[in-house]
Design a protein around this ligand. Structure first.
Ligand code: SF4
Length: 359
């Protein structure tokens, strides 16, 4: 692509470390991928100058797929007829956590559907029981949608939900953001939560002292501009609270969902989004390379385009698996992948503190 005057001005702004506007971010989609990679890596060095790439030994435990939201973009919920309805008992959850601890894991992500019979007490009891049995485990669990569900079912405020869960032992919450564009949410997840509800849940979390991540599921028929709209909601929130530890983009997996007519996003799109997010989200330190949906090779390339972390080893994940995608990895494979990308692998904890370096 020929570099024009506007691109040169934008390039200058990016290389000077200045914040870019939504309009400028939209223009980055037209950039040559190589230029974008160099600019994103330069901006990565501003927020995270180390050449280390982290990963965490964790386990997602999807404890139920019974869900009253029935989102069109989800193949996991029971009504999608892809996975039999299930609810894990406490013993089954404990068994999974025990095997994680034996493997040296430190973090558990409990996530489930919006079960019609679950109230705030259900979530609080779950957290209390897990923390009583495994006080050493960091619970990075639930989602903004589950917080809103608990608040509705128990007729309490979001602040009360956060306070009860925190007192029970919840440590932080994944920011499960899907796509923060109401036009798309009306099609993909009309019964889940609106953009405004997502923001309210995240503000309540942060106000209550619980950190979070933020994510992005792109490729649901949105425009470039709408993807930037998503990033802008997250950047504005982070300006106000400063409690988002990481941003994780991944593409929508359409197979086996009611939106299967949408073609899957390409690898190039993934890399562009990682790079644009790195440049635009100047107030979030870590961008995770989403190997689970994209595959390990694109995720490895993302490490030179602004990503600083490979996320979790994720020894059990059913939501993406329900769409037919089965990517697995191990600690040793992640270490190799990171080293081959010219970086230093680091096993980290949930607060991004180093547990072990592999040099
Ligand atoms: S995405 Fe979440 S809220 Fe929507 S149907 Fe699936 S499990 Fe339920």
């Amino acid at each position: 692509m020929k570099v024009n005057f506007t691109d040169n001005r934008l390039k200058e702004k990016i290389y000077q470390g200045q914040r870019i506007s939504s309009e400028e971010a939209s223009a980055l989609y037209a950039w040559d991928l190589h230029d974008l990679a160099l600019a994103a890596d330069m901006r990565r060095k501003v927020v995270f100058p180390k050449e280390e790439v982290g990963f965490i030994l964790d386990r997602i435990i999807n404890f139920t797929n019974v869900c009253e939201a029935g989102c069109a973009f989800c193949a996991f919920h029971a009504k999608a007829d892809r996975v039999e309805p299930f609810e894990l008992g406490l013993d089954e959850i404990f068994d999974r956590i025990e095997s994680l601890i034996k493997a040296g894991g430190t973090q558990v992500m409990l996530q489930g559907g919006l079960h019609p019979h679950y109230t705030l007490d259900t979530y609080v009891e779950l957290v209390c029981n897990v923390k009583k049995r495994f006080p050493e485990i960091y619970l990075h669990s639930f989602s903004p949608a589950e917080l809103i569900h608990a608040s509705r079912k128990s007729s309490v405020t979001l602040d009360e939900v956060v306070s009860c869960l925190k007192n029970a032992g919840l440590d932080s919450v994944p920011g499960a953001s899907d796509l923060l564009v109401d036009r798309i949410r009306k099609i993909a997840s009309p019964n889940k939560l609106t953009v405004n509800e997502w923001v309210c849940a995240m503000e309540a979390l942060h106000r209550g002292g619980l950190n979070s991540s933020a994510t992005m599921t792109y490729g649901m028929g949105e425009t470039d501009r709408e993807e930037i709209e998503h990033l802008a909601v997250i950047r504005d929130l982070q300006d106000r609270t400063g409690m988002i530890r990481a941003f994780i983009p991944w593409s929508f997996s359409p197979s086996r969902t009611r939106m299967s007519h949408i073609p899957p996003a390409t690898g190039i799109r993934y890399l562009k989004i990682v790079a644009i997010a790195r440049i635009f989200l100047d107030n979030i330190v870590h961008i995770q390379a989403g190997w689970l949906t994209e595959g390990l090779k694109p995720a490895q390339i993302a490490l030179s385009m602004g990503a600083t972390d490979m996320g979790g080893v994720l020894t059990e994940e059913l939501v993406v698996k329900a769409t037919g995608i089965e990517t697995h990895t191990t600690r040793d494979e992640l270490i190799d992948i990171i080293k081959n990308a010219g970086k230093i692998p680091v096993q980290r904890d949930s607060e991004y503190q180093v547990i072990q370096r592999f040099q």
